[in-house]
Design a binder for this molecule. Structure first.
Ligand SMILES: C[S@@+](CC[C@H](N)C(=O)[O-])C[C@H]1O[C@@H](n2cnc3c(N)ncnc32)[C@H](O)[C@@H]1O
Length: 130
């Protein structure tokens, strides 16, 4: 399933390079690791509590916009519900595609913005900006 999710993100990488950020990566780097091996992908990961020095410390509720300004895609895996509106705001502010994989297939907490549920092979997730 995670490879399917990563594969979908890769299918959205139309530019060379496509610039991607994973928000709230925690300790789960499987999707990040898959994408970072791709030649046409430039990727970084953020978290408010970085697990190691490869993670950029940033608080998505008060993001350093400079960090995200040239991005094409933002994605987040299992972000807590209270963070979801901030992630949506960041994607809108920076005009990036957004992909959110919730814990289960629960609705995303996005207030007025409607994300679309997408099924790709064995993965289900929400997208904005396709
Ligand atoms: C439920 S965990 C998910 C971690 C990982 N993506 C996964 O799927 O296993 C949520 C992550 O969001 C991070 N986080 C919480 N508040 C945050 C904030 N304000 N800005 C950025 N990251 C935050 C936490 O440190 C944690 O790593």
């Amino acid at each position: 399933m995670w490879n399917n999710f990563a594969e979908y993100i890769l299918s959205q990488c139309e530019k060379n390079p496509t610039k991607i950020c994973e928000i709230g990566v925690g300790k789960f780097t499987q999707v990040f690791d898959y994408l970072s091996k791709e030649e046409n992908v430039e990727i970084f990961k953020t978290d408010i509590s970085p697990n190691d020095s490869s993670v950029i410390k940033d608080d998505v509720t008060n993001p350093d916009l400079e960090l995200y300004k040239d991005l094409d895609i933002i994605y987040s895996i299992r972000p807590p519900s209270e963070l979801q509106p901030y992630i949506v705001d960041l994607a809108l502010k920076t005009s990036t595609k957004l992909i959110i994989k919730p814990l289960f297939n629960e609705d995303i907490n996005t207030k007025r913005v409607q994300l679309k549920l997408k099924n790709y092979k064995k993965a289900s997730f929400y997208i904005l900006g396709e």
